[in-house]
Design a protein around this ligand. Sequence first.
Ligand code: THU
Length: 158
Amino acid sequence: MSTTKEHTLRYTYYDREDEMPAQELELVKKALAAREKAYAQYSGFMVGAAVLLENGIILTGNNQENAASPSGLCAERVAVYHAGAEYPDVKMLKIAVCGGKKGSSSAVPVAPCGACRQVMAEVIRRYGRDFDVLMIGEDETVVIKASSLLPFSFEYIG
Ligand code: THU
């Protein structure tokens, strides 16, 4: 017998910075600052990410491009791997992502690419905890659970 299921997404929109909790606003500011240091030599699209850990520490990342393009890496993965390398035993609570062409910010919220979503799914499995993704845009910021961004992520069952 076949069964059809439905999956619902729940997310929060903030269209004013002052409505955002202070902790999230701080994370947004760290992501924006990280974006300034991105190395986006080829696309000119600069992305910044900031990860908040359970111990209160914030680690950042930004996109690192390469002439051999697949060798570069997205901001989110730089930030997540930065956290994994520095604090392998500390859970991740939130990640904020922002981006835009050099000198300007994207009007719409910047959403993580598919590969970064798969890496986030691994973080959920690794620490047994879902976490918030803050997608920052000039006009609004969306907060959504990482699990909602990739419902059917790849799992390796050996
Ligand atoms: N990029 C990110 O940093 N994060 C994403 O989730 C999507 C894309 C970067 C990769 C590349 O350096 C630039 O944005 C343009 O694709």
